[in-house]
Design a protein around this ligand. Structure first.
Ligand SMILES: Nc1ncnc2c1ncn2[C@@H]1O[C@H](COP(=O)(O)OP(=O)(O)OP(=O)(O)O)[C@@H](O)[C@H]1O
Ligand SMILES: [Mg+2]
Length: 443
């Protein structure tokens, strides 16, 4: 993309309404525009990051054997009357009446709808295990929408639902989700710690929230500092292996890590004092096992091998796709702007032409742009007729991890400059070497 042809409405001033850094930077970098409280348009740059995050979520879900689909945003109230949640859910549910006077709602989550789909089509244990998921907009009429996309009213969520013949099988699905979530967040450059949590209106006993540590997080968290040494990394995992998935769960839940809802002072104080940490965290996902809560209420049964009919065991699993955009920025920025991890960056690198209109500089930038594009990468070429300082400021603000700077003086010596946004370190190398380096980084 060439910046002169793009739509990047960068703000010069700090927007007064933004209380936290991610909200401020998303507005300043022209990623979002508020349309109503807690409801946003995703402008091109923000939309690109959202799509990258979504893509990682899809890839990791599919790797774990989960099946993508798409359910609608609007749901009939009757389904929720069956589970009893139509009345229980309260003011957070946006209720709508259509022209036929039917009660509808904008889905805050999809347990009822997926259970309805399941009961219509599945009747035998032979069709299990089954995990279906979708990535769809949700609406929750939050009392205090704030912090930009972090606590929106309309937000994008991945929600998945497992159906299993018994509790053991459903717990394997739970563990499998935990593993796939660890991989998912690490690919986004985040450390998200699974913490024992409270199940809230979804119900059930087994639940973990995934928290990214950040001062601006809304949850208070308590943990043993050893938990932050754990990395999933690029280890091989067989998602069908009950033992392998359980071992990962055991490893990642072997140290104390809880949110304030489930915090246990006695257990916490048993940890050596120098390892006790109290901090704040952003919830970027949650997994639940809730057994037969919905299947019993809604009559979702399967026939067992012995011929009896049993309610199916279920769990649900959510990732806050749009919240993640903010969470990543909270975890990765400096006073100049965003620092995107390579896994989610909207463009792979920036190209800054220090002297637009200079024949050699223009030609070198064009060459870099074409070569990087041909290598399957997306560069953002700042081809505006602007001062170098303004171009650098824009690049730093929007946070592309790598910048290639091209100017007549360097070119006379046969070099361009490659700069890391994270470290600020620069190195001079030939344009060919710069292309090879960027290609290798994303290879
Ligand atoms: N209002 C919101 N805006 C943006 N993302 C949200 C919002 N509510 C929930 N999410 C994201 O969706 C994920 C799954 O939804 P879940 O039902 O677990 O949310 P929740 O526990 O009610 O969230 P919270 O405690 O933050 O209100 C959450 O982990 C979070 O990342
Ligand atoms: Mg939650």
């Amino acid at each position: 993309m060439r910046l002169t042809r793009y739509f990047l409405p960068v703000l010069k001033e700090n927007p007064a309404e933004a209380q936290i850094v991610s909200h401020r930077l998303m507005l300043r970098a022209g990623m979002i525009k508020q349309s109503a409280a807690g409801i946003y348009s995703w402008l091109p740059l923000g939309y690109k990051v959202l799509r990258r995050i979504e893509q990682i979520v899809h890839e990791e879900q599919i790797r774990a054997g989960h099946i993508p689909m798409l359910m609608p945003t609007l749901q009939p109230a009757d389904l929720w009357r069956e589970s009893g949640r139509y009345d229980d859910y309260g003011q957070e549910m946006l209720r709508i009446t259509d022209r036929q006077d039917r009660d509808m709602l904008y889905g805050p989550t999809n347990e009822e709808m997926i259970t309805d789909i399941f009961r219509a089509h599945v009747g035998s244990y032979k069709d299990l295990p089954l995990t279906l998921y979708h990535i769809q907009w949700k609406f929750r009429d939050e009392m205090r929408p704030r912090f930009g996309v972090m606590r929106g009213r309309e937000f994008l969520m991945k929600d998945g639902y497992n159906f299993d013949v018994d509790k053991d099988a459903a717990l394997h699905a739970y563990n499998r989700h935990l593993v796939s979530y660890l991989r998912t967040y690490e690919r986004m450059g985040l450390q998200a710690i699974p913490m024992r949590a409270d199940s809230g209106p979804i119900g059930g006993d087994d639940t973990h929230e995934f928290l990214v540590l950040a001062e601006t997080g809304e949850s208070e968290v308590f943990y043993d500092s050893q938990i932050t040494d754990l990395k999933f990394g690029d280890r091989e995992i067989d998602y069908d292996s009950v033992d392998q998935c359980r071992a990962v769960l055991e490893e990642f839940t072997s140290r104390y890590a809880r949110t304030d809802e489930t915090h246990d002072g006695a257990l916490f104080n048993a940890i050596p004092e120098e390892r006790r940490r109290t901090a704040r965290g952003i919830e970027v996902g949650q997994i639940f096992y809730f057994g037969t809560k919905y299947s019993e209420a809604m009559g979702a049964t399967v026939q067992t091998a012995e011929g009896s009919k049993v309610p199916v065991h279920m769990g649900s699993h959510g990732i806050g796709v749009s919240r993640l955009v903010g969470a990543i920025i909270e975890a990765s920025h400096d006073d100049k702007g965003i620092i995107w991890p390579e896994g989610v960056t909207p463009f792979h690198c920036g190209i800054v032409n220090l002297k637009q209109g200079d024949a050699a500089a223009d030609a070198a930038c064009e060459g870099l742009y074409k070569a990087l594009t041909a290598a399957g990468l997306e560069p953002l070429y700042d081809d505006r007729d602007e001062r170098a300082g303004a171009k650098f400021a824009t690049m730093d603000l929007i946070g592309l991890p790598w910048r290639i700077t091209v100017g007549p003086r360097g070119l006379a010596a046969g070099v361009v400059e490659l700069t890391s946004r994270r470290t600020g370190e620069s190195e001079e190398l030939t344009p060919e070497a710069a292309i090879a380096r960027i290609t290798a980084i994303y290879g």
